[in-house]
Design a protein around this ligand. Structure first.
Ligand SMILES: *Cc1c(COP(=O)(O)O)cnc(C)c1O
Length: 358
């Protein structure tokens, strides 16, 4: 069976070396030396400051909202993974969906602006598939209306815009370091704060609100363990290799499929991290036919994202987002991971091209 993605497992001996350190020093969690080393190395690799490691990407979003005092409502995109919205709800914040841009499939700044009302305190855009949002437009809107911006950058590890990390934009940007992402710590996440004071507060929030042995804030437990940090350190040792492998897979698809399928429009000044390979079908019917054909051959692409979150029962809102509803019905993510076998990829490509819906 060929899945849509397959986690990268780094060198086992290397992993055991890192774990060996835990056995020697008996520090298993609570911001130990491995977590500290991973934080420092990630800040350097990504070119950012104020990076806080946490237990997963969903908590990263929740901690970011809490740290920044987001309340009432937040404008967000319906074209994303459910965690972008459910994390808002868990913090008692109501998601207000604004529609996406038809080319990039990212939250439209124009539509987001239209959705602002007096209860809105934040905007939560997503760099969908690692493709940077129109960050300058969101920046202007946030300044005009005194709103916080939290970017869900779960897909955007390592992406740069005009030579700088995309994670520098917004009051905070969050990463998921889940096993299925480009860079992972098995389970894990990170928050990159613009301001040091927000970073400092979040450090307390993820550790029960403790500072110097005293509870000074309303905290929770969202710490990353040493065993997870060890995986991150091994992954970072191999990240260039992972990136190169993904790039090859990406361009093989791109060369073969670019004349047959519509694809999201990439932000011009941005690099790619080759996290996903989404293609748009002319209709949902065509997508379903292709999906069935691939499934019969043991290939399992994923309808990512489907459905549009404004159509999900517990998320539903009054706003009708026609572009998101249309694109969620037509988009399919093809198997995409480092070391995807060449023969499998050829099979996926020829199967897609041979279908007669074109
Ligand atoms: C993966 C993902 C998350 C959640 O991250 P976890 O680490 O799995 O909690 C949030 N938002 C988006 C867009 C994601 O793809």
């Amino acid at each position: 069976m060929i899945p849509v993605t397959r986690p990268w497992l780094p060198d086992k001996d290397k992993y055991m070396e890192y774990i060996g350190r835990c056995y020697e020093n008996h520090q298993l969690t609570n911001n130990g030396p491995l977590a500290q080393e991973l934080k420092a190395r990630l800040e350097e690799y990504l070119g950012v400051e104020n990076l806080l490691l946490v237990a997963n990407g969903t908590l990263a979003l929740q901690i970011a909202y809490k740290t920044l005092g987001v309340s009432g409502k937040a404008i967000t995109t319906p074209f994303t993974f459910v965690a972008t919205s459910s994390s808002l709800r868990w913090e008692g914040i109501e998601p207000v969906y604004a529609d996406i841009d038809e080319g990039t499939l990212n939250l439209s700044p124009h539509k987001a602006r239209e959705a602002i009302d007096p209860d809105v305190t934040a905007i939560v855009p997503v760099h969908v598939y690692g493709n940077p949002c129109d960050v300058e437009a969101f920046d202007r809107i946030a300044k005009e209306h005194d709103l916080k911006i939290i970017y869900d950058a779960a897909h955007a590890f390592g992406v740069r815009l005009n030579g700088e990390s995309i994670l520098k934009w917004g009051d905070a940007a969050t990463l998921s370091l889940h096993a299925t992402k480009v860079f992972h710590t098995v389970e894990g996440g990170a928050i990159i704060f613009k301001k040091k004071e927000d970073y400092d507060r979040a450090c307390r929030l993820i550790n029960f609100g403790y500072e110097d042995g005293e509870v000074v804030d309303e905290g929770i437990n969202a710490k990353m363990s040493e065993f997870h940090a060890a995986m991150g350190l091994c992954m970072l040792d191999e990240i260039d290799n992972i990136h190169k492998n993904r790039e090859e897979v990406y361009y093989r698809y791109h060369e073969s499929l670019k004349d047959h399928f519509e694809m999201p429009v990439w932000n011009e000044g941005a690099t790619r991290n080759y996290a996903y390979f989404p293609v748009l079908f002319p209709s949902e019917q065509a997508l379903l036919r292709a999906q069935q054909r691939l499934n019969e051959a043991g290939v399992y692409p994923r309808r990512y994202f489907y459905p549009s979150l404004d159509e999900v029962r517990h998320c539903r809102s009054d706003r009708y987002n026609s572009i998101s509803r249309d694109r969620t019905r037509r988009v399919l993510c093809l198997p995409m991971y480092a070391k995807l076998p060449f023969s499998t990829q050829e099979q996926v490509i020829s199967s897609l091209i041979s279908l007669e819906y074109l």
